[in-house]
Design a protein around this ligand. Structure first.
Ligand code: C2E
Ligand code: MG
Ligand code: MG
Length: 582
């Protein structure tokens, strides 16, 4: 029997002289590797096992009344083996000690060094074996990943939580195509190493809280928790396909594997663990049937969506370098004087296949993939350059409003990037208005406030876009240096008809003013709306009544036209070329 290494024994003995004798015996038995901690009372022992690591407890018991101490210690540290020492050769007492959870019970009157040594070694070996068994029952021995049993357990747990939080989950089933032939060709040992590499690659593509399990053979499964919608699962699946497509180096040779993936999502494709696992597997077989090396959803409509999304994404990736993005500009008008005070820059994608595409169709994709950072910076630079140019050619000194996405705003160097663009383009920072949404401020108030303040000091202004659709609490807005709020266009439709919208818009206007902010109405389409808004003190107006968003060249014509015909009526008669709007 091997000598255990790094042995730490906790001795529980009321008699100090007896404790010293026992410690000396223990040091004789395990001369090089032993630490003994000695306590007198079971209460101290309890505190010890709760705060320290310990290999085994040796506990001397004076009589049956002290069995409670054994029970308490086993409850506090079930993994630490306990050997009891009782004074007399009393079989029934010994049996109740073992029943209470002790691994062994020795009689003090018979206990020599040999017996003590054997008892400690056997007890430790048994504890180790039990630990192994418990581990193997839940984990895969080759990769160290959770196995099928633990996977199911975690899935049940995740489902219960998702039900409470009304969250979404995806179960992703992964299978390596033709892995059997790798096994046959290269042998188990190499195949096992390959499985570990594969596990590492997959793990790199999921979040830390997600579970990756090896279900057996070449099958893996993932639980993706808290996904926003199924396209998140599609993103992860695609990333896994991408990393798995890279070569594996085995014995100096490159080897390629293809992977198939099936996805079932909760609650759309099932609400129970068994059903979800079965449906993810069914989707996996569909992926294999449709040519391998791809992912499929259990629900066929999700496949169509995911396919379409993937294609669009590929084209979007090229859109920047091919200069397919353009900006259109929509005028913002002063409600009282009806003169143009600024423009909002709105992004369009000039897709060679479909023509002008609205941001509603692709900004979400740009956000998900992080492409929005690059595109957003391009938007900001282009809009600033345009503003500067209009000023230089004498068209007017307009405010320029630019939409900023959450992902852009959260970039650590956001403030620096904006400052640099303003500086590079030579634009007056007071003319720049960044439009942000409420949710972006709520997410991390402290960081958001710091960014707003930093840009505010150099003169850049901020407005809250789509106000009224989010939290709509003007109270928290007080702490941010904000210039304006833009009332969402959904309120405009029924305005001036004496309905609820009238009261809401009025409340927003007066609250905005009480916080010294300008109020801008979006989506103004009729004269009745203009009259209502102007009468109720709204500061600025924007909408199709004046003009749809227009290409820069059209803005010049529109402005000239407007000057020639008189401010108020010109807008309606001019139709800018913004095929994407409305
Ligand atoms: P938004 O910032 O609230 O922009 C106003 C939207 O309302 C624009 O839609 C505009 O064309 C539309 N609109 C203006 N007047 C009227 C009207 O009288 N009636 C109606 N029905 N609609 C009107 P668009 O251009 O499709 O943009 C949609 C959203 O996409 C924008 O909403 C903004 O959130 C986002 N977006 C646009 N450009 C960018 C950009 O450069 N970056 C980012 N991150 N988001 C952008
Ligand atoms: Mg906007
Ligand atoms: Mg808006």
């Amino acid at each position: 029997m091997a000598t255990p290494s790094g042995l730490r024994i906790l001795l529980v003995e009321k008699d100090i002289a007896a404790a010293d004798r026992l410690t000396a015996t223990l040091k004789d038995i395990f001369p090089d590797c032993l630490t003994v901690n000695s306590v007198q009372w079971s209460g101290d022992a309890l505190r010890f096992v709760q705060s320290e690591t310990c290999s085994v407890v040796l506990m001397s018991l004076g009589g049956p009344r002290e069995i409670d101490g054994v029970v308490a210690l086993k409850a506090a540290a079930p993994g630490v083996p306990l050997i009891a020492i009782i004074a007399e050769d009393d079989e029934s007492f010994a049996l109740s000690v073992l029943k209470a959870g002790a691994q062994d019970c020795l009689y003090a009157c018979q206990m020599g060094p040999q017996l003590l040594s054997r008892s400690i070694r056997y007890t430790l070996e048994r504890a180790h074996a039990q630990e192994q068994i418990a581990y193997l029952a839940q984990y895969d021995a080759v990769t160290g990943l959770p196995n099928r049993v633990l996977f199911r357990d975690r899935l049940e747990h995740a489902l219960a939580q998702a039900q409470r939080k009304r969250a979404r989950i995806a179960v992703v089933s992964i299978d390596l195509d033709h892995f059997k032939s790798v096994n046959d060709l290269l042998g188990h040992e190499i195949a096992d190493r390959l499985l570990c590499d594969i596990a590492e690659r997959i793990k790199g593509q999921i979040r830390r809280g997600d579970t990756l399990a090896r279900m057996g053979g070449d099958e893996f499964m993932i639980i993706l928790e808290d996904i926003r919608d199924f396209s998140d699962a599609a993103n992860v699946a695609q990333k896994i396909l991408d990393v798995m497509a890279r070569a594996f180096v085995i014995q100096g040779e490159e080897m390629f594997l293809t992977t198939s993936i099936g996805i079932a999502s909760y609650p759309a494709s099932g609400i129970e663990s068994t059903q979800l696992i079965k449906n993810a597997d069914a989707a996996l077989y569909a992926a294999k049937r449709s040519g391998r090396g791809c992912y499929r959803f259990y629900d066929p409509t999700m496949n169509e969506y995911a396919d379409e999304r993937l294609k669009t994404l590929t084209r979007l990736r090229h859109a920047i370098s091919r200069e397919e993005f353009v900006l259109h500009y929509q005028p913002v008008v002063d409600a009282r004087s009806q003169s143009v005070i600024g423009f909002e820059a709105l992004l369009r994608w000039n897709d060679p296949k479909r023509g002008l595409v609205s941001p509603g169709e692709f900004v979400g994709l740009l956000e998900d993939t992080g492409l929005i950072i690059e595109v957003g910076n391009w938007v900001l630079r282009t809009a600033c350059e345009q503003q500067k140019l209009w000023k230089e050619i004498g068209l007017g000194s307009f405010k320029m409003a630019v939409n900023v996405s959450a992902r852009q705003f959260r970039q650590r160097d956001f403030v620096g990037t904006v400052a640099l663009i303003v500086q590079d383009t030579g634009m007056d920072p007071h003319d720049l208005q960044l439009e942000i949404t409420e949710s972006l401020l709520i997410d991390n108030m402290t960081a958001a406030a710091a960014k707003l303040r930093a840009l505010h000091t150099i003169g850049v202004r901020f407005s809250i876009d789509d106000f009224g659709t989010g939290y709509s609490s003007l109270n928290y807005l007080k702490r941010f240096p904000l210039y304006a709020i833009k009332v969402d266009r959904s309120f405009m439709e029924n305005i001036s008809e004496g309905r609820d919208e009238d009261a809401i818009v009025n409340a927003i206007i007066s609250l905005g003013h009480s916080l010294r902010m300008k109020v801008v109405a979006e989506g103004v389409e009729t004269e009745a709306q203009i009259r209502f808004l102007a009468e109720n003190g709204c500061d600025c107006l924007q909408g199709y009544y004046y003009a749809t968003p227009m290409a820069a060249a059209d803005v010049e014509k529109w402005l000239q036209n407007r000057t020639a015909e008189g401010d108020k009526s010109a807008g309606l008669r001019f139709l800018g070329r913004d095929a994407a709007a409305g």
